[in-house]
Design a protein around this ligand. Structure first.
Ligand code: AMP
Ligand code: MG
Length: 351
C-alpha cells in the first residue's frame, strides 16, 4: 500500500544535477548477491519504450524465466493494444469503429472502460480519443496538423463518442474520425500485469517498469527501493530520489517526445480541448497503489496544470503528486508536503 511511504518517504532533493545510477543491462543477469539468493535484472525494448524488470530469486534460471514471462506479457499487450501495429485489435477498432460495432474482447474493452472512468474523473483532461487530433503530430519528423486538419479533428475528440456494449465487449464510435490511442494508460496497465505475474509465482520483492511507469513490491532486503525521478531538463540526471516500498510511480514529461518550432515546444501530451500540447507544467510524477492509475493520472495532471491537477490529487485517497512548472519550480500535493514539513523541500532549481 501507498502508506508505505509515510515513514520511509524522505524526499531527498538534489538541488544540482547529479548522475542517475541507471544500470546498462540487456537480457537477464545477476547484479548483486543478497542472502540465500541474488538480485537479477532484465531489460528489453517493447511498446516503444525501455522495459526493466528487477527481482530477487534464489536461482538464476528461475529469475530469468520469470523475467522472460513478464517480457512476453508486455509483447502480448503491445500486439493487442498498439495503434501502430496493423493487426492489433485497437487498430481494428480504429479502422472500423465509425461504421460498425467492433467486438474488441474483454481485456481491451475493460481498459477502455477504465480510461473513460478517468475521463469522467478529470473532466475530460484524460481522453483516449485525444488521438483523433494527436495522430496528426509526428514528433520524429517535427510535423503538426494544419489549422484546418486540427479544426476537423477536434470535433472527434470526446470520450462520450465511445459507445460501449458491455455484454458483447463491443465498441462503436459515435462520430466520424474518432481515433483511440492508449499511450497514456497502457504502459501502467502492462506494468500491473507484469507485477501480477510475479506475485502469482510467489515473488515478494520486485520492480517492473515501462518507460516512466514503475511499480515496486516488497523491499530490498530490509531497505527501501530507491526510485529516481528524472530531471525534466537534464537527461541522465535526477530531480529527486525517493526511497519507497510497495508503490507505483509514474512520470509524464514534455521531454519524452517533442520538437520545437519558433521557440514553442510541441510534445506528446495533448490538451483535448485545443488539440495542442499542454504547457502549464514540464513534469508530473504521481505516486499511488497501482500503475494503471498512476499512469493515467500523470497524463491527466499534466493536462490539468498545476492548480487543477493538484486540487484533484488532494481529493484522492492514497495518491500523491510532485509537479514541476514551467519556471522549474517543484510543487507537492498536500500529503507529501506534510510528510516533508520538517526538512528538505524548500525549492528546487529544475531549470
Ligand atoms: P505518458 O506516457 O503517461 O506521459 O502519457 C503520454 C501519452 O499519453 C502520449 O504519448 C499519448 O499516447 C497519450 N496522451 C496524450 N494526451 C492525452 C490525453 N489528453 N488523454 C489521454 N492520453 C493522452
Ligand atoms: Mg501517464
Amino acid at each position: 500500500m501507498f502508506k508505505l511511504g509515510i515513514a520511509l518517504l524522505i524526499l531527498v532533493l538534489l538541488f544540482d544535477v547529479s548522475e542517475a545510477a541507471t544500470p546498462v543491462a540487456r537480457d537477464c543477469h545477476e547484479t548483486e548477491k543478497a542472502g540465500e539468493g541474488s538480485w537479477y535484472i532484465g531489460d528489453a525494448a517493447i511498446m516503444g519504450t525501455p522495459i526493466h524488470v528487477e527481482l530477487w530469486s534464489e536461482t538464476a534460471p528461475r529469475a530469468c524465466a520469470l523475467i522472460e514471462e513478464v517480457m512476453a506479457e508486455m509483447r502480448r499487450i503491445d500486439a493487442l493494444m498498439s495503434p501502430y501495429i496493423e493487426t492489433s485489435m485497437l487498430s481494428r477498432l480504429n479502422s472500423l469503429g465509425s461504421s460498425e460495432q467492433v467486438e474488441v474482447g474483454e481485456e481491451l474493452y475493460n481498459l477502455i472502460e477504465q480510461s473513460i472512468a478517468f475521463s469522467r474523473l478529470t473532466n475530460g483532461a484524460f481522453d483516449v480519443t485525444y488521438a483523433s487530433a494527436g495522430r496528426y503530430y509526428d514528433f520524429r519528423k517535427g510535423e503538426r496538423p494544419s489549422d484546418e486538419t486540427l479544426r476537423q479533428a477536434l470535433a472527434a475528440i470526446n470520450y462520450r463518442y465511445l459507445l460501449m456494449n458491455e455484454r458483447r465487449h463491443a465498441i462503436r464510435f459515435g462520430h466520424e474520425g474518432v481515433y483511440v490511442d492508449l499511450g497514456g494508460i497502457a504502459k501502467g496497465y502492462a506494468v500491473d500485469r507484469g507485477i501480477r505475474i510475479l506475485q502469482q509465482h510467489g515473488v515478494a520483492d520486485a520492480m517492473v517498469s515501462a518507460g516512466g511507469d514503475s511499480r515496486i513490491i516488497g523491499d530490498r532486503k530490509g531497505q527501501p527501493w530507491v526510485v529516481g525521478i528524472r530531471h525534466p531538463r537534464a537527461e541522465d540526471a535526477n530531480l529527486a530520489v525517493l526511497p519507497l516500498m510497495d508503490v507505483s510511480v509514474s512520470t509524464s514529461g514534455d521531454y519524452e517526445r517533442y520538437f520545437e518550432r519558433d521557440g514553442v515546444r510541441y510534445h506528446h501530451i495533448i490538451d483535448p480541448t485545443t488539440g495542442d500540447s499542454a504547457r502549464d507544467l514540464v513534469s508530473v510524477t504521481i505516486l499511488g497503489a497501482d500503475a494503471t492509475t498512476t499512469d493515467a493520472l500523470s497524463t491527466s495532471v499534466f493536462v490539468l496544470g498545476r492548480e487543477a491537477g493538484l486540487a484533484l490529487i488532494d481529493q484522492l485517497e492514497g495518491i500523491d503528486a510532485i509537479v514541476v512548472d514551467g519556471s522549474g519550480v517543484m510543487h507537492l500535493s498536500a500529503s507529501i508536503s506534510q510528510m516533508n514539513q520538517n526538512n528538505t523541500v524548500a525549492q528546487v532549481g529544475a531549470k
